[in-house]
Ligand binder design. Structure first.
Ligand code: SF4
Length: 272
């Protein structure tokens, strides 16, 4: 796919944590736009996407000189109180362009020198393992949350064909664990998965978060409905999975393998 890449010089980087992220003082997005372009991505329905003519998933703006800006904003924010950062809320910090541009890595370098109280890294990309050296230096102040919506690669291909394969994400979780970086597997948005999914996760993580469109899209599922996602479930004959109670299927399966204090639902699983 042809991507439109632009360079931007933002005036601010740290945004106030609001809505689903009220547990955080700030959110941080190294890029605007996301080349993974997941079908269910509710950012499509948000101003950042609606103001652009181009289709979500076909463009990325690189935030230039982000590290020096963060350095200033972070020391200012820390002087005012506790700083907890969610990275990222409307892009994937480890989408393919990060291999070359290393904006996310440059931000982590700043955070190693000027540590926030807590940093939550949300990604579905195995590229995050490249930065294990920096993540380790943040010690218990960081958690990497790897999105694994399903264990079924056919489902992953149907819903987010441009995103990394499931096996690569599981391997990345294993590598982060081996390195000693705090992690969790995040089944969000919950997609149809197999019986054996919990057993697959058990050796890799001791923390799992489950979330779905109805609890987690910030609008009780309305934003997702307007994306027309139900059509995809229908085409695949998986309508029973598009339901506010469908998460219970997976949650109950997880409970056979994980203890209650290892399982988190929706917003609690993303909290600092
Ligand atoms: S990776 Fe995240 S931000 Fe990017 S398209 Fe998918 S859901 Fe949206």
């Amino acid at each position: 796919m042809n991507m439109e890449i632009r360079e931007k010089y933002p005036k601010t980087l740290l945004n106030k944590g609001t809505g689903f992220l009220t547990d955080y003082s700030h959110s941080l997005n190294p890029y605007t736009g996301c080349s993974f372009g997941c079908s269910y991505c509710y950012v499509r329905q948000m101003p950042v996407s609606l103001f652009r003519q181009d289709e979500w998933g076909t463009w990325v703006d690189i935030k230039k000189e982000a590290a020096s800006l963060l350095r200033k904003e972070l020391s200012r924010a820390k002087a005012k109180g506790k700083v907890t950062i969610f990275m990222s809320s409307s892009t994937d910090p480890y989408q393919p362009i990060e291999y070359k541009e290393q904006v996310t890595r440059s931000l982590l370098e700043v955070m190693v020198q000027e540590p926030p109280d807590f940093l939550f890294v949300q990604t579905r990309s195995p590229l995050v393992t490249r930065d294990s050296d920096l993540l380790l230096r943040l010690r218990e102040r960081v958690r990497v949350s790897m999105t694994v919506e399903t264990d079924r690669e056919d489902i992953r291909k149907a819903y987010s064909p441009q995103a990394p394969p499931i096996q690569a994400r599981l391997k990345a979780l294993a590598q982060l664990k081996e390195a000693g970086v705090p992690t969790q597997a995040t089944i969000a948005p919950l997609l149809p998965s197999s019986e054996a999914f919990p057993e697959l996760l058990a050796p890799l993580v001791n923390r799992v978060c489950v979330d779905d469109y109805f609890m987690g899209d910030g609008s009780g599922g309305k934003r997702t409905r307007s994306l027309g996602i139900y059509k995809l479930y229908k085409e695949l004959g998986l309508e029973e999975w598009y339901h506010p109670a469908a998460y219970k299927i997976v949650y109950e399966r997880l409970r056979r393998v994980f203890a209650d204090d290892q399982l988190y639902l929706s917003q609690k699983g993303f909290a600092p």
